[in-house]
Ligand binder design. Sequence first.
Ligand SMILES: [Zn+2]
Length: 347
Amino acid sequence: MKDLPARRLLLVHAHPDDESINNGATMARYAAEGADVTLVTCTLGEEGEVIPPALAHLAADRDDALGPHRVGELAAAMKELGVTDHRFLGGAGRFRDSGMMGTEQNERPGAFWATPVDEAAAPLVDVIREVRPQVLVTYDPDGGYGHPDHIQAHRVAMRAADLAADPAYGTGAPHTIAKIYWNRVERAVLEAAFDHLRTTAPDIFPGIAAVDDVPGVTGGDAITAEIDGSAYAGAKAAAMRAHATQIVVDDEDAFFALSNDLGQPLLTAEYYELARGVPGSVGGTREDDLFAGLPEAGADAVAETGVDSVREAGAGAVREGRTGAVRDGASGSASGAGPDSASGAGA
Ligand SMILES: [Zn+2]
């Protein structure tokens, strides 16, 4: 039996490349620190545009072979970040990229956007109950910028977090995620970075994006955590570069462009809004660690006693110790007196 690592981070993203753009430095940092970093990607990004002319034939309106290619790009990116646990929701190809909002791809059978939230949440509940993360990172309710797969990823992640905590749902020991964060970018920081782009490298890409083109932009007040990823800037840039059909990164690792050829800053500080849970910082200052305020978990096996006790974890209760038995889904021996879904009247 092997105990789970003390710190366990789960990220839920819509397409391959979103994780590296939004959270590459954060993922590299926690992987390097020995935390359990799990990425769940909801689609293969089959509807993405293709940047390299030599690969243009992969696009959905030609060979429709972009999805499998992006599986390889994601694997290469995760290698750069040191992340070994990356999965596709329900298995690769279970849910298809829904395309941009308002396109006919939105409602195609199998499209992620056209899938009922509970149906898509079910395989994520399994992951949550296996990995038992203390921290979940996903998008805000608008998906950062309104892409249907990003909105759906938000809904599915939030719903799965609720269902995973519900002893009456499904099989496996319930698990409550102590802290849920939404990806953010600080407007003032971004504006300064765009100014830098305009003054130092105005011609590096055919055009320059607008601040409001960047997903998750918000005022500083909404941001509750800031991860300084400067030590992992190279890893983040390399991971972004691995998504070669989707992203071009400049030689200095300072800027990048998507298929629209519009340059934007490559930020190595990454920003978050705590949407659920107790902040671990005092006096309203920003957290510099997504696990701040959580008990150092995993030191010993503490019985899972159900939803209510785990909700207190942010206030200091130690409830997150885990045994191999729980990871295997055989929760009976590890469970305490509380509600126990191991016998699982499946929902
Ligand atoms: Zn995306």
